[in-house]
Design a protein around this ligand. Structure first.
Ligand code: 13P
Ligand code: SF4
Length: 349
């Protein structure tokens, strides 16, 4: 494979995106499950580390039991620094893998190992390695939403919280960049920094669905609303934003901007924290429908949705389930992936 011109489209075909119908629980079941899980976490000396996109009950439980709810960068840091020997990671597989890479001696389990990410799936390690070999003069920067094998091939791992300053610092040193896998985030960073970036062609199945025309129309209905956008969204959607950033940066913008109402282009899961932290403000989901809408146009990651309360309880109930849902990574790959991941965590912010 030689460089950009021959790179195929690595967006995930629609038939490979699972349909997922989240469980509906009565309030009494929620309370009972939360109590059971809190007891199990204590008994197993485990801590719950959750992403902002997972079920709101799981987010609340993580906070109530001394765990954390955060963006993917802070999840990695929290898991590494917490002294519990077992981490229960409620998110998608790359988040569990990052936790394991940074804490090889801890047991890292997930409510389900089926929780994938379209960016990770759209960056097969062998093809990515060929792409790197075809462009040996470039510094390889990969998004955290990748497999351990892809991280092991990289010089830097970044999340959307730190991608901009890291690429800026590499560009200032005159380095040319090979970026993977998210083409939208890559293009956004390229645009902001002016860096020389060769982009892989993956996409997030959730954020790619946001539609600029429909967003424009909605903004006309609510002209005073601020627009908050995750940079995995298409360029035309980013262009309308008042603030662009990672999940934690969207939360900060909702707190700091003067608007009383926001249209938000990111996974629906984030609305739980947006509303909890800003009870006096209103939040509207950015539109995904319109021409070209598909059955996956629902602004909710089907893999994040798999992290239900009942699945968290299931994995903690018996030790064999914990072993079955444990993240395991080839030690040599984990050792190589640790270097660029640690580099990101050490980057001064
Ligand atoms: P953050 O790093 O912003 O939490 O995003 C992770 C993710 O998967 C976004 O789709
Ligand atoms: Fe991956 Fe998109 Fe889901 Fe985030 S929302 S985990 S980028 S598929």
């Amino acid at each position: 494979m030689s460089a950009e011109t021959t790179l195929p489209d690595y967006s995930l075909p629609e038939e490979q995106v699972p349909m997922f119908f989240p469980e509906v629980l009565a309030e009494s079941d929620v309370a009972a499950l939360k109590e059971e899980i809190a007891g199990l976490l204590k008994a197993r000396n485990a801590v719950l580390v959750a992403h902002y996109y997972v079920d709101g009950h799981v987010q609340d439980l993580a906070e109530e039991t001394g765990g954390c709810v955060s963006d993917s960068l802070e999840m990695a840091r929290f898991g590494r620094d917490h002294d519990a020997p077992t981490l229960v990671v409620a998110g998608v597989r790359f988040m569990g893998e990052s936790a394991k890479i940074l804490s090889p001696d801890k047991q890292v389990v997930m409510p389900t190992l089926a929780a994938e990410c379209s960016l990770d799936l759209g960056c097969p390690p062998d093809e990515f390695e060929a792409f790197c070999k075809a462009n040996p003069d470039r510094t390889v920067v990969v998004y955290a939403n990748t497999s351990a094998k892809v991280k092991a091939l990289s010089d830097w791992v970044v999340t959307s919280s730190v991608a901009l300053p890291i690429v800026e610092s590499l560009d200032a040193k005159g380095e040319k960049i090979l970026w993977a896998p998210d083409k939208h985030l890559g293009r956004y960073i390229q645009h902001q920094t002016g860096a020389d970036m060769l982009l892989w062609s993956g996409a997030c199945v959730v954020h790619e669905e946001f539609k600029s025309k429909a967003l424009f129309d909605l903004k006309a209905v609510y002209p005073d609303a601020g627009v908050l956008v995750h940079p995995e969204s298409p360029a035309a959607v980013i262009d309308i934003a008042d603030a662009v950033g990672s999940t934690s940066q969207i939360l900060a913008a909702a707190r700091d901007l003067p608007h009383e109402m926001f249209i938000v282009a990111t996974d629906r899961g984030l609305f739980h924290k947006l509303r909890q932290r800003n009870p006096d403000k209103r939040f509207i989901e950015a539109p995904t429908a319109g021409d070209g809408a598909t059955c996956r146009s629902c602004a909710h990651c089907p893999w994040m949705a798999m992290n239900e309360l009942s699945k968290v309880a299931e994995v903690l109930r018996d030790e064999s389930a914990m072993r079955d849902k444990e993240i395991r990574i080839d030690p040599d790959i984990a050792k190589r992936a640790m270097v660029p991941l640690q580099r990101m965590l050490d980057f001064p912010r």
